[in-house]
Design a protein around this ligand. Structure first.
Ligand SMILES: NC(=O)C1=CN([C@@H]2O[C@H](COP(=O)(O)OP(=O)(O)OC[C@H]3O[C@@H](n4cnc5c(N)ncnc54)[C@H](OP(=O)(O)O)[C@@H]3O)[C@@H](O)[C@H]2O)C=CC1
Ligand SMILES: CC(=O)N[C@@H](CCC(=O)OP(=O)(O)O)C(=O)O
Length: 346
């Protein structure tokens, strides 16, 4: 039977996450890009704003966003605007019958938690309640039935996937705070010009930022069912893309005994999570340009601490790739459709 085609829109195609969506969706076998829109700062052929997309000459021109035009031309829309702008547009589209995936932080947290960590007003609670948190490895069935999805944050994705297999197991035990040391490439900060992202500032340097106040802290705790209190350090790496998480968990030695086998079994049916063989560690280069998450575990008997490492591409599994994985599920396609690229190793 022929697969029904889906008309998709991208709001924010000139941003880093949006342009990665264009690249992925242009090759999708069952989805057609029928709408591209932004703030109005760039209009016309996408190749004029983004030279690497010039060959995609059949795409619709970029226009200034209009909810009416989007609703008329799309069955599903990806909204990839800055937090504070994005969520309300995704909600409006969903209310008009367009399945919507919001890539920002606007719909991921309860309103009061959002207000504290993002320091701005959330959308209404009843609307937030409709948004499904789009991490398919946790809630594939809910995503498949959703019309409004909150795509997870990049650090949150890497950290939750690293630690989630421990949740059910440690529930009955008292576990101390989990330390998460997380690093991101510069595209994680978006494309708008900022002084700290200029080459002269970023090159040959490495430092933590938003210490004790990073907005992904509550998202990670929520994704781990509140079982762990976490201490998160986020750091900017002088590379364009990639996230690397090192997490440290004090663990009962009984639980640590067959840790690798437990991780492998937890992710057995998750096509994008690769639990590496003992002795191997993830590499950012291994996941560049993919929707993969590499995970490895190492039990340190001397200290009683479990080290868990994970790596993703912040624009792949951390944003656009994951959004497409969610869209595939919402449309009834295999979740890997259009996402089977092997790493660029770059
Ligand atoms: N970059 C990453 O690794 C990740 C990003 N995210 C989230 O995804 C979202 C997009 O991120 P990213 O691509 O990095 O951001 P960018 O800053 O690179 O791009 C933002 C886009 O939003 C558009 N835009 C801004 N304001 C408006 C508006 N009022 N109406 C319509 N369009 C508007 C811009 O369009 P124009 O050029 O026309 O002004 C631009 O295309 C953010 O919420 C971010 O937090 C989540 C996970 C990872
Ligand atoms: C390197 C860098 O700056 N990364 C961004 C993460 C972007 C993101 O996922 O933020 P939202 O929760 O708003 O979607 C940051 O730390 O804020």
């Amino acid at each position: 039977m022929e697969q029904q085609r889906v008309r998709v829109g991208i709001v924010g195609p000139t941003g880093y996450a949006g342009m990665e969506l264009v690249r992925l969706l242009a090759q999708h076998p069952y989805m057609d890009i029928t709408y591209l829109a932004g703030s109005g700062a760039h209009t016309g052929p996408i190749g004029d704003a983004l030279p690497h997309l010039r060959r995609l000459s059949k795409l619709p021109p970029v226009s200034a966003f209009s909810a009416n035009a989007c609703a008329e031309s799309c069955d599903l829309a990806f909204v990839a605007l800055p937090s504070g702008e994005s969520g309300s547009i995704a909600v409006e589209l969903a209310q008009r019958g367009v399945r919507a995936i919001d890539l920002s932080g606007d719909l991921r947290l309860p309103g009061d938690v959002y207000r504290t960590w993002y320091q701005r007003e959330p959308v209404a609670d009843d609307v937030l309640a409709r948004a499904v948190y789009g991490l398919p490895e946790l809630n594939r069935a809910d995503v498949s039935a959703a019309s409004l999805v909150a795509n997870p944050g990049c650090y949150a994705t890497a950290a939750i996937l690293a630690l989630r297999p421990l949740v059910d197991w440690v529930k009955s035990k008292r576990v101390g705070p989990v330390v998460i040391d997380a690093k991101s490439g510069a595209t994680g900060a978006g494309r708008a010009a900022k002084q700290n992202l200029q080459l002269g500032e970023l090159a040959n340097d490495f430092y933590p930022y938003r210490v004790g106040a990073h907005q992904h802290t509550p998202e990670i705790e929520q994704g781990l069912d509140g079982v762990f209190q976490i201490l998160l350090t986020t750091q900017l790496l002088p590379i364009p893309r990639g996230i690397f998480v090192s997490a440290y968990v004090s663990l009962d030695p009984d639980l640590a005994a067959d840790i690798h086998a437990r991780y492998a079994s937890f992710y057995e049916s998750a096509p994008f999570v690769d639990v590496l063989p003992p002795g191997h560690v993830p590499h950012i280069k291994s996941v560049a340009g993919t929707n993969d998450c590499q995970v490895s575990v190492a039990w340190n008997e001397r200290t009683g601490i479990l080290q868990v490492f994970s790596a993703i591409d912040n624009l792949g599994k951390g944003a656009a790739g994951q959004a497409l994985q969610n869209a595939n599920l919402m449309c009834g396609f295999d979740e890997t459709t259009g996402l089977t690229e092997t790493s660029l190793w770059t």
